[in-house]
Design a protein. Structure first.
Length: 250
């Protein structure tokens, strides 16, 4: 396992190979697999079995293990994607999409507002944006700020880097859009209505070590941690490290 993490760090900046290696790391980590299973289980009822569902920033392609009726896309070509495109310039017709799925991608976008404008253009009326993104809470803030490899800046809704690749990120972007400046989002996008939000995953992501570090949790303790996460769900606004947001285009 350590060889995978070391290889991942050595690939820094090589997006395509990093995304392929992400899948191998997920397959090798029960804690990460359990986390993604929780994410997908929560949003399953918001994603129609029929229609045109598109995942933005597919990356590792793991979503296809849980949802068959999706078109997976990303900015770089990997074995997991069907369409190579930028989320801020979607190659789909106006009003053609039923669902846009965004799992851990919004906080990597250079200009998230361009994505939301593209979502407004391409979604059908009643179509949805389904997102699971990092969330900055009282508990997660110091961990993201001091330990996590991605940047965190609560003062801006964009990545600070002048570059634009997989490593560019601002963990705070989703929190700014949907917590700190939620009213601003609602005023700017009156036709995009937030219909569901939840805050969760206080420990699971950090215990997994993510893609960079080894597991911090012994495998036999995973069922206990999953039960603890479920018990702490009501306190997600204060303890969570992830957020789920579902938006409907009116």
């Amino acid at each position: 396992m350590e060889k995978l993490h070391r290889k991942y760090r050595n690939l820094w900046g090589n997006e395509a190979e990093m995304l392929v290696l992400q899948r191998r790391i997920i397959d090798a980590k029960p804690v990460l697999r359990a986390m993604y299973k929780n994410f997908y289980s929560e949003v399953r009822n918001f994603i129609p079995g029929k229609g045109l569902n598109v995942e933005i920033g597919t990356g590792h392609g793991y979503t296809k293990m849980f949802f068959e009726n999706i078109i997976q896309t990303d900015r770089v070509l990997t074995p997991h994607i069907a369409v190579c495109n930028d989320a801020q310039a979607l190659p789909f017709k106006d009003g053609s999409l039923d669902t846009i799925m965004v799992f851990g991608v919004l906080h990597h976008m250079k200009d998230p507002d361009e994505f939301f404008n593209e979502a407004r253009r391409t979604l059908k009326k009643g179509g949805r944006i389904v997102m699971v993104e990092p969330y900055v809470s009282l508990l997660s803030y110091p961990i993201y700020k001091l330990v996590h490899h991605e940047g965190l800046n609560l003062r801006t809704k964009a990545c600070d880097s002048e570059k634009y690749h997989l490593l560019d990120a601002n963990i705070a972007i989703p929190t700014i859009f949907f917590k700190k400046r939620k009213k601003e989002f609602e005023a700017r996008y009156p036709d995009l209505r937030i219909i569901y939000e939840s805050y969760h995953t206080p420990f699971l992501f950090f215990a997994s070590g993510g893609y960079i570090h080894p597991n911090l949790l012994p495998g036999p303790l995973l069922p206990m941690l999953l039960r603890l996460e479920k018990m702490l769900r009501p306190f997600g606004k204060w303890l969570g490290s992830m957020m789920t947001i579902v938006i409907r285009r009116n």
